[in-house]
Design a protein around this ligand. Structure first.
Ligand SMILES: Cc1ncc(COP(=O)(O)O)c(C=O)c1O
Length: 390
């Protein structure tokens, strides 16, 4: 069987200076490099958005970051190196595990949290499920009626033991918060429509009524700056706007929440000292949110750390401004009113077929077109989509 040689195979690590800020992964000498030469972005500190955009290699027409984001070159390269090490058994897993620590720290900085309060997992739903499983019977959970089910089903699955789930349209969430509500669980940005919630206002209302706030930030973080302090529990699957591999999710658990949420998935990796937690009693879990950690799917995390570090260096609000400008151009071209979301949903007859014929990859959600715009998209992507839909 013939093997395809990747473009620029053999580019040395020294020609990829953006990698130098990261801990070194034990490279094998013949590790194949899948990257082309790219501009130096220095080792640390802010990077210019236009310069950084050269680190992505999208084919034209990927308008579906709300389904999954594309990896920047540093993430792709570190992942290829780790896969090569794995393939040949050339090293231990500890360097891959170092990526989990880097990712946790970077995520914490992005949401203004303490890394001590951040747990890692593979999906958003399992983090919500931890909280749901610990709620006392008689609790009432308020959720938007179009909520992505990773933040609905975990609550609903507890109904048979006396948890009540009440749904209202997203725009009615604020007025539905009252003293009977135990938990307000909602997405900062709705997956189907791109609707952006008033996160601080919901936090204030929930706190005024003594309710817990659980925010799913999956469709927000990476373009919208959020403050973890506006949630008691914030969960985020990182494979969309944060452009990490699938299988990476974070949960920020406020200290008061950790007093009653059970570590139902307790495992060696959640141990106070990971390397001293392989065998036998007693239960000895980490003091912080790390007690909720799932043992990591290593390769996903190897790709996650550089992606998060890059998002942080570019700056979420700069990325957001860029994304919103593209979405605004698309909305204007469709004759839609402006909005404050990089996710555009619209009902257009035959949209899916017309876009597919033009080679444009968007999504259909709730019966309508869902197009989403991120920093690797261009005005040409927008105009091609508009032309296909004209
Ligand atoms: C708002 C939201 N939350 C979570 C997810 C993914 O959930 P999970 O990580 O449980 O698969 C998605 C995926 O589309 C989503 O849109």
């Amino acid at each position: 069987m013939s093997r395809r040689t990747p473009p620029n195979a053999g580019v040395s690590r020294d020609r990829l200076p953006y990698l130098h800020s990261a801990p070194r992964i034990p490279f094998c000498s013949d590790a194949r490099r899948w990257s082309v030469e790219r501009p130096s972005l220095g080792h640390t500190g802010r990077v210019d958005l236009d310069a950084a955009r050269a680190l992505w290699e999208p084919d034209p027409g990927w308008l579906n970051t709300a389904s999954y984001g594309l990896p920047p070159a540093p993430a792709w390269d570190e992942l290829q190196a780790a896969l090569t090490t794995w393939r040949h058994g050339r090293g231990s897993w500890e360097p891959w595990d170092a990526s989990v620590g880097r990712a946790r720290e970077a995520f914490a900085r992005i949401v203004g949290a303490d890394a001590h309060d951040v747990a890692i997992a593979a999906t958003a739903a399992e983090l919500v499920g931890l909280v749901a499983a610990s709620l006392p019977a008689g609790s009432r959970v308020l959720v938007p009626d179009i909520e992505f089910t990773s933040n609905l089903f975990p609550w609903a699955a507890q109904q048979d033991r006396g948890i009540e789930v009440v749904t209202v349209p997203p725009h009615r969430m604020l007025e539905a918060i009252d003293d009977r509500v135990t938990v307000v669980a909602y997405s900062a940005v709705q997956s189907a429509t791109g609707e952006v919630a008033d996160v601080p206002a919901i936090a204030a209302a929930a706190r005024a009524h003594g309710a817990l706030v659980v925010v799913d930030a999956t469709q927000a973080l990476g373009w919208l700056a959020l403050d973890a302090a506006d949630a008691d529990v914030l969960v985020c699957a990182a494979y969309k706007w944060l452009m990490c591999p699938r299988g990476t999710a974070f949960g920020v658990f406020a200290p008061h929440v950790r007093e009653w949420v059970r570590p139902n998935n307790a495992n060696w990796y959640a141990g106070a000292d990971v390397h001293d937690s392989y065998y036998g009693p007693p239960l000895r879990l980490a003091a912080g949110a790390r007690r909720y950690d799932l043992s990591p799917a290593w390769f996903s995390w190897v790709g996650a750390a550089p992606a998060l570090e890059l998002v942080e260096r570019i700056g979420v609000s700069r990325i957001g401004a860029y994304d919103l400008a593209l979405a605004g151009r698309f909305r204007a071209g469709l004759g839609l009113a402006p909005s404050h979301s990089p996710i555009v949903s619209a009902r257009i007859d035959g949209a899916a077929e017309r876009l597919a014929r033009a080679g444009i990859r968007a999504a259909t959600r709730a019966g309508g077109l869902r197009a989403s715009f991120h920093l690797y998209n261009t005005e040409a992507d927008v105009d091609a989509a508009l032309e296909a839909l004209a």
